[in-house]
Design a protein around this ligand. Structure first.
Ligand SMILES: [Ca+2]
Ligand SMILES: [Ca+2]
Length: 278
């Protein structure tokens, strides 16, 4: 009932405002935008973000608290073919995100046979090529994770917000759905989120998805279905943000508030009847 109230009021403001403010659904508020293909796939630098992309990302970031910078698989142990695990948070919220099912791999510059033109690419800004000859450098630049099949991240410290860039979604009719769990309890499922249009597009398209859940989760399941042949539609993921809802989302109506509204309506009705009686 509460989410119905949210959706009813949000529908009034129009789709553009919906995007900028996030769209409410059972379990989470979702923020998604896809700005279409990267124009120059041979350029290792991340593409400029469109205004709408920036607005959607900012709207998500405004609702959450997170520590550190987005996790972009560049430093530490994120060599090509290496670990996809990363640490997040600080203090009491510090934790580790680890792959607990599936096999997304860290790829990027230095991946044998991989051409940038396949459509997935790094979204970590500010990286500088240190190889003076411009050749592949395995250790330092331009990494992301990608997969064409399901995988899961588990979080040692439960959190309530997750955001990341998506590249090359749906150019071969693949589709992505995401489920957030707290242990075995389903917190949120993109499948039931009618406010979320998680579409991809042409080769090299760039999306950003942010989810602010209404309760904590400790596992995120990424389900990639293949519309065509198996393993044809790979999806890239980069710049993960793991955080907590900061409580500035508009509060849902409390039962007490609804009761007061009910009383007020009853009062109006009584007044109307009294006037009619005169
Ligand atoms: Ca990266
Ligand atoms: Ca793809």
């Amino acid at each position: 009932m509460c989410s119905v109230f949210r959706l009813a009021s949000a529908a009034v403001v129009g789709s553009a405002m919906l995007l900028a403010h996030g769209a409410a659904s059972a379990g989470a508020v979702s923020y998604y935008w896809n700005q279409g293909p990267k124009q120059n796939l041979a350029d290792p630098a991340p593409p400029a973000l469109s205004l709408q992309m920036q607005q959607v990302q900012s709207a998500f970031l405004n609702q959450i608290t997170y520590a550190g910078t987005p996790y972009g698989f560049e430093s530490g142990n994120f060599a090509v073919g290496g670990s996809s695990s990363f640490s997040y948070g600080s203090g009491a919220t510090a934790g580790t995100a680890s792959i607990t099912s599936g096999t997304p791999s860290v790829v990027g510059e230095g991946t044998p046979g991989l051409q940038l033109a396949v459509g997935r690419y790094n979204m970590t800004p500010g990286l500088i090529e240190t190889d003076p000859f411009g050749g592949p450098d395995i250790q330092h630049i331009g990494h992301w994770i990608e997969s064409s099949s399901d995988f899961s991240y588990s979080f040692t410290s439960p959190m309530s917000a997750i955001g990341f860039f998506l590249t090359d979604l749906g150019d071969f009719t693949g589709a992505l759905t995401i489920q957030l769990f707290n242990d075995q309890t389903l917190v949120y499922d993109t499948v039931g989120d009618t406010s979320l249009n998680l579409i991809g597009g042409a080769n090299g398209n760039l999306g950003f998805l942010g989810l602010v859940a209404s309760s904590n989760f400790n596992r995120a399941v990424f389900h990639i279905s293949q519309g065509g042949s198996p393993d044809t539609d790979f999806v890239g993921f980069d710049s993960f943000i793991i955080g907590s809802a900061n409580g500035t989302t508009p509060p849902l109506p409390e039962p007490g508030t609804l009761a007061l509204v009910g009383l007020a309506l009853t009062g109006v009705g009584l007044a109307g009847r009294r006037r009619a009686a005169r």
